[in-house]
Design a protein around this ligand. Structure first.
Ligand SMILES: O=C(CO)[C@H](O)[C@H](O)[C@H](O)CO
Ligand SMILES: [Mn+2]
Length: 289
C-alpha cells in the first residue's frame, strides 16, 4: 500500500501548478502526490518532463484526479459533447502518461459536480457512461493507465453512489484497466457499512480516497478507521490510499467542494503541513503500508 495526498489540500484552484508539490510531499514522508488533470493540457512538454524528473529524483509516484466539466461529459445525451469528451480524455491521458502516471480517478464516466437545477436521467447517463468509458479504456491501457471510476455521494453525482453500483458499472464496462474507486467521505453518506462496501469492491478496487466526515485529514473526525483498515487488509488491497482533505474556503475548489468555513482554525501552511504529516503516520498505522 502506498500513501499519498491530493495537492488541492493547499490550493484554491484546480488550475494551480502542481510541480512544486513533488518535493514538498516527499519531505512530509508521502509516497504519492495526486495532481488535478483538469488543466494538464496547458502544460508544455518541458514542464511535464521537469515534473517527471523531480518525481523520480524524490522517489514520488504521481497519480491524477479529475472532475470533468459538463462540456467534456462522456455520458451527455448530446453526441457532440460525448465526442468532445473523448477527444479531451485522449489528450489528457496522453499528457498524464508523460508524468509516468498509471492511475487517473474521479467521475470520469460523467461530469462533476452535477447541476441538479434540471432533472437527471440516471439510466441514460449510466448507459452512455459505460459506453464512453469502454470507448477510452483501450487508449488508456496502451499508455499503461488505469481508469478509476469514483463512487460519489448523491449531492455531487447521481450515476454511482454506492460501491455496489460502482462494481456493476465496472463489470458492465468489462475492461481490465477500468476499476472502482471509493472515497471514505462519500461512503460515510451513502454506505450502510464501510467494511461491506470495501469487501463489495474487493479485487476491483483500484484507488482509494480518504477524508473525514467533514473532509478534515484522517484522524481528526469520527470515521471508523479501524474497520476501514481491517477491510482493506481483508481484500489484500495493495494500491494507493490518497488522502483528499479540503479544509480551506475560497476559489473554485472551495466552491465545488462547498467549503463555507475555515476547518483549520486559521492554520498557516506550516501547521497544515504538520497536520498532513501526523495524518500520514496515523493512516500508515491504521490502514497499513
Ligand atoms: O471526491 C471528490 C469530490 O468530492 C473527487 O475525488 C475530486 O475532488 C474530484 O474528482 C476533482 O478532482
Ligand atoms: Mn474523492
Amino acid at each position: 500500500m502506498k500513501h499519498g495526498i491530493y495537492y488541492s489540500y493547499w490550493e484554491h484552484e484546480w488550475s494551480a501548478k502542481f510541480g512544486p508539490y513533488v518535493e514538498k510531499v516527499a519531505k512530509l514522508g508521502f509516497d504519492i502526490i495526486e495532481v488535478a488533470a483538469h488543466h494538464i493540457n496547458t502544460y508544455s512538454d518541458a514542464e511535464l518532463r521537469d515534473i517527471r524528473q523531480a518525481a523520480r529524483d524524490n522517489n514520488i509516484i504521481l497519480t491524477a484526479g479529475i472532475g470533468p466539466t459538463k462540456e467534456k461529459n462522456l455520458s451527455s445525451p448530446d453526441a457532440d459533447v460525448r465526442k468532445a469528451g473523448k477527444a479531451f480524455f485522449e489528450q489528457t491521458l496522453t499528457n498524464v502518461a508523460k508524468l509516468d502516471i498509471r492511475s487517473i480517478g474521479g467521475a470520469l464516466h460523467s461530469y462533476w459536480p452535477v447541476d441538479y437545477s434540471k432533472p437527471v436521467d440516471k439510466v441514460g447517463d449510466r448507459a452512455r457512461g459505460v459506453e464512453g468509458i469502454h470507448g477510452i479504456a483501450d487508449f488508456a491501457n496502451n499508455l499503461g493507465i488505469n481508469l478509476c471510476i469514483e463512487v460519489l455521494n448523491r449531492f455531487e453525482n447521481h450515476v454511482l453512489n454506492t460501491a455496489a453500483e460502482g462494481v456493476a458499472f465496472v463489470t458492465d464496462v468489462g475492461k481490465p484497466n477500468v476499476k472502482v474507486m471509493l472515497d471514505t467521505f462519500h461512503m460515510n453518506i451513502e454506505e450502510d457499512s464501510f467494511g461491506d462496501a470495501i469487501r463489495t469492491a474487493g479485487p476491483l478496487l483500484g484507488h482509494f480516497h480518504t477524508g473525514e466526515n467533514n473532509r478534515r485529514v484522517p484522524g481528526k473526525g469520527n470515521l471508523p478507521w479501524h474497520e476501514i483498515g481491517a477491510a482493506l487488509r481483508e481484500i489484500n488491497y495493495t494500491g494507493a490510499v490518497v488522502m483528499e482533505p479540503f479544509v480551506k474556503t475560497g476559489g473554485t475548489i472551495g466552491s465545488d467542494i462547498r467549503v463555507w468555513r475555515d476547518l483549520t482554525n486559521g492554520a498557516n501552511e506550516a501547521q497544515m503541513d504538520e497536520d498532513a504529516r501526523n495524518s500520514l503516520a496515523f493512516s500508515r498505522f491504521v490502514l497499513g503500508g
